[in-house]
Design a protein around this ligand. Sequence first.
Ligand code: NDP
Ligand code: 2IT
Length: 450
Amino acid sequence: MADLARETEAFMDWVRSRNPGETEFLQAVDEVAATILPFAHAHPIYREQKILERLTEPDRIVSFRVVWEDDGGGIHVNRGYRVQFSNAIGPYKGGIRFHPSVNASVLKFLGFEQIFKNSLTGLPMGGGKGGADFDPKGRSPREIMRFCQSFMTELHRHIGPDTDVPAGDIGVGAREIGYMFGQYKRIVNEFEGVLTGKGMEYGGSLMRPEATGYGAVYFAEDMLHRRHESIEGKTAVVSGAGNVATHAAEKILHRGGKPVTLSDSGGFIHDPDGLDEEKIDWVKHWKAKRGASLEAYADKYKLARWHAGKLPWGIACDLALPCATQNELDADDARRLVENGCRLVSEGANMPTTKEGVEVLQAAGILYAPGKAANAGGVAMSGLEMSQNSARLRRSEDDLREALRQIMRDIHAACVRCGERDDGEVDYVVGANVAGFKKVADAMLAFGVA
Ligand code: NDP
Ligand code: 2IT
């Protein structure tokens, strides 16, 4: 054990020295190293062949200038990126994020986690992520269009349906994908499945908008079933108010649960009555105007309260679904959840819980699903969008809903297989990392030293 601890520390020292100051990336690698190095000890070929060392170095990172003109004729310069992390098991695949906090560390953490997540889906997709430090808040639709077109004018050189297939993430939804797809098509003169999350009129897949949020609830359902429990009658605290959060709240409702919060960067709303379909639809439409505050919810629905500048983790609940952004749930928040009787955390967002927060949840015996397993439904449906585009066919909504349900069930089963402890409980962090790692590692071994 002491050897293993020393080896993990030496490995992390090496990664830290190569990626100084990249806190989010180092956090994501640390979590994987702590679970994969013990596994690699039992299977020395992965150590001898330095698979984890190779996996923490992206295949390449493209960084570029994005210049665009605002409605008043002012010129703006942003930085765009695509991190192509690993294409060991398929073309690079992962979202594009537009948010002022975007930098190389954030996109490297997201691209790194995407390798394991995509492997867990069982579909042939490698890992990548992209984005820009562009803030869409307060920008007009024309300004967003010009930004997307300028971004794609450079990005198109680096992507392709068999090379790298981006999708949406924070700040990038169907509208932005439309602008980017239109620009790609103009430049290359090919109509091909180069992006996922497309509109239904031009090659998008039914169920893609719902898939991430629904998938995170399906995963929660499978964890509860293992303990002979269900979502019915349970109160859920959800953070975020975007694509993932609203669809997670919707599926909780479908399962007879009661979502009582949503949040955005300004604060959270607590609706003790619970959100119903009408209220969730109102949030979807209201927040589609990027920059609109969720505070307006409390004006419209009078029993709800707006808590400015706060996170929702102090509200008593059975289930918690962080669906906004990274590191939004820390150790104090985790302690509050435990004290209030929360039984399960399923991450719709990527790395929303800090390392210390995860430790608190796991020590308390709470069912905890890391994002790379729980939110894999989105990219899984992207994989099915790619195959529909290649085959030039469309699958029905019922068929895709069942396919998503089955994929989430399979991911849960893989986590149990690789993460079950002697006491019968499951460490879903170990399960997700080991199950995701193995296929990628074995593919890398097959390629030799490369
Ligand atoms: P959206 O842009 O649709 O919504 C993001 C939501 O999170 C908004 O309510 C936003 O508030 C809030 N938010 C974003 N950044 C911050 C921040 N720094 N602090 C506080 N609140 C913030 O994004 P998605 O719903 O698509 O993504 C949410 C999370 O889910 C991200 O972690 C993403 O990586 C992850 N994810 C998304 C997938 C997808 O298919 N879309 C797939 C898998 C994971 P405001 O409106 O005020 O900015
Ligand atoms: O984090 C994620 O998995 C996503 N943003 C979705 C990626 C995708 O390619 O659908």
